[in-house]
Unconditional design. Sequence first.
Length: 206
Amino acid sequence: MFLHHSPFWLKAFFPGFTWHIPTKEKSIFLTFDDGPIPDITEQVLDLLTQYNAKATFFSIGNNVLKHPDVYEMVRNGGHSIGNHTFNHMNGWKTEDAVYLDNIQQCTEQLKLETKLFRPPYGRIKKSQSRVVLRDKQIIMWDVLSGDFSAEITPEICLKKSIQHTRPGSIVLFHDSIKAAKNMLHTLPRYLEYFSEKGYRFEALPM
């Protein structure tokens, strides 16, 4: 069970986190978690290129290590890169020192300067976030596509993603094997829908 949008009370409980980009412009901030993955990430990049769209990829360090050529394709596409830990760690279940070290391992693997961090599963202890926020932004989302869930159809994934998007929305997709079916159905139709309405797709500044 999950919410396709982040309610006000949740945002208020984590005021130091970024959930939405305040803007009056027709701008959407697409984000992709858990890559890079061969073929899947490449299909995402091709779709983004078709719509002149930029996005932010929250990469798992171990996937960058395993698939450096795909990672370079993301970088060369003019997209932003964020840290998603090295081993996709759940902060709630991990000791602070281990969690923070895993973030640092990912930083070293990314081989670039980025202040963008997203905790896997959106789960991070306050004690961990206090340290992370010293030199990074914790990027959450206000639209959760739900592409990872086998309990929803691709059609529902698309419907909910469109329904909850507003100017400045940070939209969460996954370029992962688990999410591929729903994501690859939803993304091209989502891009087409909002492009026709005059929206731009922008990368978060690193």
